[in-house]
Design a protein around this ligand. Sequence first.
Ligand code: COA
Length: 343
Amino acid sequence: MMSAPSSTVRREPAARILGTGSYLPDLVRTNAELEKLVDTSDAWIIERTGIRERRIAPPGMVTSDMATEAAKRALEQAELQPTDIDMIVVGTITPDVPMPATAAYVQQKLGAKLCPAFDLSAACAGFVYGLAIADNFIRCGAAKRVLVIGVEMLSRVVNWSDRTTCVIFGDGAGAVVLGAADGAEARGRKRGVLSTKLYTDGGSTGSLVIPGGGTAEPLTPEGLTQARGKIHMKGQDVFKVAVKNLHSSSQAALDDLGMTGADLDWICPHQANLRIVDLAVAKLGLTKDKVLVNIDRVGNTSSASIPILLDEGVRSNRLKPGDNILLCALGAGISWGSAVLTL
Ligand code: COA
């Protein structure tokens, strides 16, 4: 059964992005290197996914290290201190440990003050979910400045002998500081989050799953040898539902605002597969020149992909204050969502 969207129509922004940051590990793993691990080819991976290389976290690095680095950069850009933050939301399916939350480690490593800090599990949709939560906390006055982080160390949960998944995923972190919109304007537009739409269809949990390691299937030595603690994906199923749902949630987010694709300056979509992005964008009647893409360089970084794209866009001056931007993402759950904001 499909859940109802959890968001409401909103035209007056309550919260806006004050700063962006991202972190990618230095180590690059090219398609040519994967050719040595599994039966694949550089040509197949580029043609079917758009990916040329991805980043891999080195041994000893943990998820919260990457998240903290991205958060520091976002705070620096926002000209804020860690102690200015009063909530930390981390979207991740690759936490440091099952318990406690990665957000608690980030709080500690940043030197942030006592504040709510929690993880949310919405897989690739994690950042859009986090943004919606933070926006609503700020809207209702329960928080003033929120760090929203998307971070994944997927190299640790990928089966490196499964060619259908290991070529896709990469490691990385992205963060934004969300703060009160305070009526800020750029180019005559009010800056801030305008609309968010979140959905989950729990009827498709088996399409993308790490089957072992939880209460359903505690890991055994046998399960470990069968890679039950690694990502299992029905790629074709996810592909089809991704194109359809990214289009419908994005259309719904625009409809809320009485906007059309023509009102957008940029689309910043989750980087799952370049073909998914192209098809979803075409369904919205939009052209490729408005789409930010980095999947060729970083692969699919799940919840981190949108905040990394945003940060790269801001730092390269492609994204400018006042730009109308559509975010959209879909992942395991199946969970998905879209947001429209004015930077
Ligand atoms: N290299 C070479 N061949 C590969 C391969 C690889 N890395 N991965 C799969 N193949 C093979 C398959 O085994 C299959 O072979 P067969 O016809 O002999 O059985 C063939 O290529 C076609 O497989 P298919 O699954 O139809 O390919 P695809 O075009 O759908 O691409 C994905 C596979 C995984 C790239 C694609 O389905 C996808 O991106 N899915 C969605 C991913 C996603 O969005 N994930 C969730 C969000 S994070």
